[in-house]
Design a protein around this ligand. Structure first.
Ligand SMILES: Nc1ncnc2c1ncn2[C@@H]1O[C@H](COP(=O)(O)OP(=O)(O)O)[C@@H](O)[C@H]1O
Ligand SMILES: [Mg+2]
Length: 411
C-alpha cells in the first residue's frame, strides 16, 4: 500500500476514467485487508454478538455530551434528536443480537433527513456520532455521483458495497452500519428547474431514477450487492439486508424556502401582495420544524413523496451564529495551530480582531463553519513563515489592523 502510485507507465490506463480511481483505491485497501477474492468469511452469530457487546452503551444524554468532547458545537435540538436515534440504533442491535428478539417484533429502523444550510454540521454530526463515538461501519457518500442502474455512474446498490468495505468485508457487521447520503437535495427531479435553484444539478434524465432506487434501499429489504466496484457482469454478488441499516440523508435544500413560502401564502384573489421574487433568497436559510413536516413541499421541490415518507424524522439544522462560529474557531481550529506552534517552541497569540474577521468572512460567504479553517490558515500564513524562517522566536502575535494582518515577533 505504501508504494506510491506516482505516474508509473501503467497508470495511463486509468487516465480517461477518473470516476473509477477512488474505487480502485478502495479495492486496493480491501486487498490489503487480506481478502483476495473480495470477501472474507462472514462472522458467525457468536462473533456478531461479541461485536455488538463492544459497541459503547451510552444514554442519549451521554451521546450528546460526547459530541461536545469531539468538538461539536451548538445545534442543540438536532443534537438531541440524532443522539436519540443513535441510541435507538444500538439498543435495537442489542435486542436482536444479544437478547435474541426477532427484528420484526421491534419497531423498524429509522431513517432521518437533515435539512440546513451548508457548513452547519450535518455531515459532521453523523460522522462523529456513528464513526467516532459508536465506532460502527459508517459510509458518507455524495449521492450526486450515483445514477440509475444502466446509466453512466455508480449503481446505487454499490453504496452497500462501500459499507461492506467499511466493515472490513464482513456482511454481518455491514448490516449494522450507517449510510449517510450527502448532497441529497441535489437529486431532486429537474421538473422545476426554471423556478427552483438547487434542483438543477441532477444527472440522469428524469432525475427520479436514483430516487426510485433509493426507495428500495431505505425500506427494510434484501439487496443483491456487488462485492467489487467493477462494471463486469462476472463479478461476485452477495445478499445484504437493509433491515438494520439506518439511512441519514443531508441537504441544504436551498430554494425549499421559496416552496414553503408559496404554499403557506393565504390564497388571494386578484392582486397578490407578495410574489415569488419577494420570497427569501439568501443561501443560509434555516427552517422551522413545522416547515419540515410537509411532504408536499418536498414533492414540489422534486422528490417522490414515497421517498420523503421513508424518513421518519426530518430535522432542521440552523445556520451557525456568530457566537457559535467563534467558539468553533477558538476551540477546534485556533487551538490546533497553537499546539503545532508550541511544538516549535513558539507561543502563538491571536488577537480578537483576527477571529472577528475570520467569522465575518464566513458569515458573509454563508459557508458556515466550512470556510473557517482556510481563512484562518491564510491569516496565520505570515506568522508561520516568520516562525519557521527565524529560529529563536519565542512568541508571535497576530492582529488585524487597517485591513491587513500584522505580525509581531519576540525572541
Ligand atoms: N456545529 C459544528 N461544530 C463544530 N464544527 C463544525 C460544526 N459545523 C460544521 N463544523 C465544521 O465544518 C465542517 C463542515 O461541516 P459539515 O458537517 O460538512 O457541513 P454540512 O452541514 O454542509 O454537512 C466540518 O468538517 C467541521 O469541521
Ligand atoms: Mg454535508
Amino acid at each position: 500500500m505504501s508504494k506510491g502510485h506516482k505516474g508509473s507507465p501503467s497508470s495511463s490506463r486509468a487516465s480517461s476514467h477518473a470516476p473509477n480511481t477512488m474505487d480502485h483505491d478502495l479495492r486496493e485497501a480491501f486487498m490489503d485487508l487480506g481478502f483476495e477474492e473480495g470477501l472474507g468469511q462472514p462472522l458467525d452469530e457468536r462473533e456478531l454478538s461479541e461485536y455488538v457487546e463492544e459497541i459503547p452503551t451510552l444514554t442519549p444524554l451521554q451521546i450528546c455530551e460526547q459530541l461536545s468532547e469531539y468538538g461539536y458545537v451548538g445545534q442543540d435540538k438536532p443534537r438531541r434528536s440524532m443522539s436519540l436515534m443513535a441510541f435507538r440504533h444500538v439498543q435495537r442491535l442489542r435486542y436482536i443480537h444479544l437478547d435474541g428478539i426477532p427484528a420484526d417484533e421491534l419497531p423498524p429502523k429509522s431513517n432521518h433527513l437533515l435539512v440546513g444550510p451548508t457548513g452547519c454540521g450535518k455531515t459532521y454530526m453523523v460522522e462523529t456520532l456513528f464513526r467516532h463515538i459508536l465506532d460502527l461501519p459508517t459510509v458518507l457518500v455524495d449521492i450526486t455521483t450515483y445514477s440509475e442502474t444502466g446509466y453512466v455512474g455508480q449503481d446505487v446498490t454499490s453504496i452497500l458495497t462501500r459499507l461492506l468495505y467499511a466493515a472490513d468485508g464482513d456482511v454481518g457487521r455491514a448490516e449494522m452500519g450507517i449510510v449517510c447520503l450527502d448532497e441529497f437535495d441535489k437529486i431532486a427531479s429537474g421538473q422545476n428547474n426554471a423556478v427552483f435553484a438547487g434542483a438543477g444539478t441532477t444527472k440522469d434524465i428524469s432525475g427520479l431514477g436514483v430516487q426510485r432506487e433509493l426507495l428500495k434501499l431505505l425500506e427494510s429489504t434484501t439487496v443483491t450487492v456487488p462485492t467489487e466496484f467493477s462494471h463486469s457482469s462476472y463479478q461476485q454478488h452477495l445478499l445484504m439486508s437493509t433491515t438494520n441499516i439506518p439511512f441519514v440523508a443531508c441537504g441544504a435544500f436551498s430554494g425549499l424556502k421559496l416552496v414553503t413560502h408559496l404554499f403557506n401564502k393565504e390564497p388571494h384573489i386578484g392582486f397578490t401582495a407578495k410574489t415569488a421574487s419577494q420570497a427569501p433568497r439568501e443561501i443560509a436559510v434555516s427552517y422551522r420544524q413545522e416547515e419540515m413536516d410537509q411532504t408536499r413541499h418536498f414533492q414540489q421541490y422534486g422528490f417522490l413523496p414515497e421517498l420523503i415518507a421513508r424518513f421518519d424524522r426530518v430535522i432542521p439544522f440552523q445556520a451557525l451564529s456568530e457566537e457559535t462560529l467563534t467558539m468553533i474557531l477558538r476551540q477546534n481550529l485556533l487551538s490546533s495551530y497553537q499546539r503545532e506552534f508550541e511544538l516549535a517552541g513558539v507561543e502563538l497569540v491571536v488577537d480578537k480582531s483576527v477571529l472577528e474577521r475570520v467569522v465575518k468572512q464566513a458569515l458573509k460567504r454563508e459557508t458556515g463553519a466550512r470556510g473557517l479553517r482556510s481563512t484562518l490558515a491564510y491569516m496565520l500564513e505570515d506568522a508561520a513563515f516568520e516562525i519557521y524562517s527565524q529560529p529563536g522566536i519565542q512568541r508571535v502575535e497576530v492582529a488585524f489592523k487597517n485591513g491587513e494582518v500584522a505580525v509581531v515577533t519576540d525572541g
